[in-house]
Design a protein around this ligand. Sequence first.
Ligand SMILES: [Zn+2]
Length: 258
Amino acid sequence: MENSRSSFDGDHPIVRGRGGPLVILAYHELADIQDPIATSPKLFAMHLKWLLDHGYTSLTLGQFEDAVSGGNLGTKRVLITFDDGYESVFRVGLPILRDYGISAVNFVITDKLGNPGHQSWDQVAAMERSGVFSTQSHSHSHIRWSGVGEMIRDVVISRDKLVQQLALAPGSVRHLAWPWGKVLPGWSEAAQAEGFAYQYLVRTSSVVPGTSAIGFPRVCCDRYSVERFAVTMRMLSNAFGAGTMNLATQVWRKVKHN
Ligand SMILES: [Zn+2]
């Protein structure tokens, strides 16, 4: 990730190229606890094993950038991401991922680093050095911002802290996972102007040519049984299934809100 240039300089940053769909997975904590965003280490390893057994490959963040900016999305490719910077991802996730030869993205909340249960800056740096993880932003404070101004100040702090503390090249923090996957009108463009060329939401869908680069869908599969994981991956990995799943999610949301 030495390349500090954004691949999306235009006003309408969409995925170009061919191939796909490509699936982006989101995890949080790796622990044997009853929590909607905790995955047992055993289940996590089973997800990874399922992917490898079924011919999937994971992308590094650099490979992902190349794939979505005019390269080839390929087939059976996944981007694995972690939100919130839990300490368990360093302690448990790093060895498992290294064993499987799988790359991942560490979306940290910079203000929480060093807090109990969260990674320390030293751990984040070690994860980055391992070559397994790329560190990117999940905002500085992960709060419900009052408006675009407060939001931008917050994400810019996270961007600058990551560059400074991890001695990254300026411009290399250009991926933003929105807290709770939530974004208000105008926010994506404002964050894009601050260098966040790649932004991530939460949606059970996958990446195809035409997908917005400032609205990548991610599947939160923290609690998915291996069976549900397999069904979801199969659906999202073929173009027809990805569209159907997306439509089903939209219809379900509409029904829920009416
Ligand atoms: Zn979060």
